[in-house]
Design a protein around this ligand. Sequence first.
Ligand SMILES: Nc1ncnc2c1ncn2[C@@H]1O[C@H](COP(=O)(O)OP(=O)(O)OP(=O)(O)O)[C@@H](O)[C@H]1O
Ligand SMILES: [Mg+2]
Length: 254
Amino acid sequence: MSEVLLSAKNLTKRFGGLAAVNDVSIDLMRGRIHAVIGPNGAGKSTLTNLLSGDLPPTSGSVLLGGQDITGWSPEKISARGLGRSYQKTNIFLPFTVWENVRLASQSRQPNAFKWFHRATDFSAINARAASAIELSGLKDRVHSVAATISHGEQRQLEIAMTLATQPQVLMLDEPLAGMGAQEAERMIELLHLLKKDHAMLLVEHDMDAVFSLADQLTVMVNGQVIASGTPAQIRLDAGVQAAYLGEDIGEENA
Ligand SMILES: Nc1ncnc2c1ncn2[C@@H]1O[C@H](COP(=O)(O)OP(=O)(O)OP(=O)(O)O)[C@@H](O)[C@H]1O
Ligand SMILES: [Mg+2]
């Protein structure tokens, strides 16, 4: 249960004079959801970008499966087993659910963009795509054009695309953003399901969802970690209350 899959040590990212991420360390373990919370501009998305290789850190290091991946490209890191979704959607709206997920699956194939493929490559690509669609609950939508499915289903589709790359570490940036209550409930169920086999990093503003899902919480403000611990510890943390949570967060889902 407690196998550390990803370990970030003393990560700092400066944009000119601004330290968007300032000396942040975080561990992600298989079977656990680690939520990163904090107000707008705290540095949550920047942190995920440092872990996924979308941005190089100014200093600090990232280990994935014990290997130092600092400075690697996002493609190489993804091939090593880190999958992520983005705060802004990344799907091809004119394509069907199947086409979107199949493309994501194909990107995982060695020599993905060569002209010739063996038939076995195709069946592996298709099998990965089909199982990602099934797992993310989109089986009934497989032939729908992405632009025509609901907002919640589009977020499920992003997760299906990420799962098609067969990640060990899953990082989700605001998967519940803009969802209605029912859609959010379905997504929370899906995240519960995915937690079993993955190490997960969850960036999310919905505190009820965060406190019901997370095993571990890191609270960021102005690029810095102001608290880290279990949901129970964070709920009681006076500094977190003052800086971010306010007085009535998450109790009902304790
Ligand atoms: N590419 C960039 N260049 C310059 N500044 C940036 C860049 N990306 C982020 N920032 C700044 O870094 C800080 C942290 O931004 P970040 O997007 O990581 O915050 P966040 O915690 O994800 O916020 P939100 O909850 O609104 O998504 C902000 O002040 C932001 O303006
Ligand atoms: Mg963000």
